[in-house]
Design a protein around this ligand. Structure first.
Ligand SMILES: [Zn+2]
Ligand SMILES: [Zn+2]
Length: 126
């Protein structure tokens, strides 16, 4: 499977519903590659591109304005989410969106950032 960034393949960022939405934003891929290099372990995104239908299924919010809908967000499961979250927010203190969850870090390249949140009681979203 050919890579579309240093570490990730198109199949890994495609919407999980099978609709074919996989046009992941290049800036978001760059941050995900940096996250992968920092974590120094293989990362399979648990969620990346999401079409409206799939996003509603995942979030239960039909009016959600998730960056996943814009192909500008990736959820990255890692063994130490807190360390990755701290690395990213220290590296980019004034921009982007980073969310800390129990088993993964949400990364997005929203243009109206910075946004930070911790929802460590949530499990992995597919
Ligand atoms: Zn879809
Ligand atoms: Zn996310």
């Amino acid at each position: 499977m050919p890579k579309i960034s240093k570490h990730f393949t198109r199949a890994e960022v495609a919407c999980k519903c099978g609709c074919g939405f996989d046009s992941m934003d290049i800036e978001t891929l760059k941050i995900a590659d940096e996250a992968r290099d920092f974590a120094n372990e293989s990362i399979t995104p648990s969620s990346a591109c999401r079409c409206r239908k799939h996003n509603t299924r995942v979030t239960k919010k039909p009016r959600s304005i998730s960056q996943h809908l814009k192909a500008r967000a990736m959820d990255l499961p890692v063994s130490n989410p807190k360390a990755l979250f701290d690395y990213l927010r220290n590296k980019y203190p004034n921009q982007y969106g980073f969310g800390l969850y129990k088993t993964f870090v949400h990364v997005d390249t929203r243009t109206n950032g910075p946004a930070r949140w911790k929802l460590i009681w949530h499990s992995v979203r597919k």
